[in-house]
Design a protein around this ligand. Structure first.
Ligand SMILES: [Zn+2]
Length: 139
């Protein structure tokens, strides 16, 4: 018996993202049609050292999603104020911080594309505002 879904999404474990990402998946029409992988720092491990245990874990989760569920799209969801990156205070300003996440998502995308040709990788940045409101920007 086989179960298929359209996509997978990799997000941080950060609890502040949960309802915003659920709402985004609802709006996108992929709720219950998307594997959700939660890992602290999202694709940081892949970018820093692709041979690390953490990177292998993430890549293995993607591989399982591809093999078991035939996903066609992978969403990488990085977010601002991520503890794995040292939070806001690790950056000079919000622009520098966003640039770092976008750059990491692009690097992770290259690694994932090379390993899983045919899988479309999309980058999303979840901006957690001071008000705790979360705004998801698709790149
Ligand atoms: Zn995080």
């Amino acid at each position: 018996m086989s179960h298929q879904c359209s996509s997978a999404l990799i997000k941080c474990i950060d609890f502040r993202l949960t309802s915003a990402i659920d709402k985004w998946m609802e709006e996108k029409g992929i709720m219950d049609d998307c594997d959700v992988i939660s890992v602290a720092g999202i694709s940081k491990a892949i970018v820093e050292d692709v041979d690390s245990a953490d990177a292998k874990f993430i890549l293995n989760q993607i591989e399982l999603s591809v093999k078991l569920h035939g996903i066609k799209t992978l969403y990488l969801v990085h977010h601002t104020d991520c503890g794995a990156y040292g939070g806001h205070s690790a950056f000079e300003n919000l622009e520098t911080e966003k640039q770092k996440y976008n750059s990491d998502m692009n690097k992770a995308k290259e690694v994932i594309n090379a390993k899983f040709p045919g899988l479309e990788v999309k980058s999303i940045l979840a901006d957690i505002k001071d008000s705790e409101e979360v705004v998801l920007l698709e790149y």
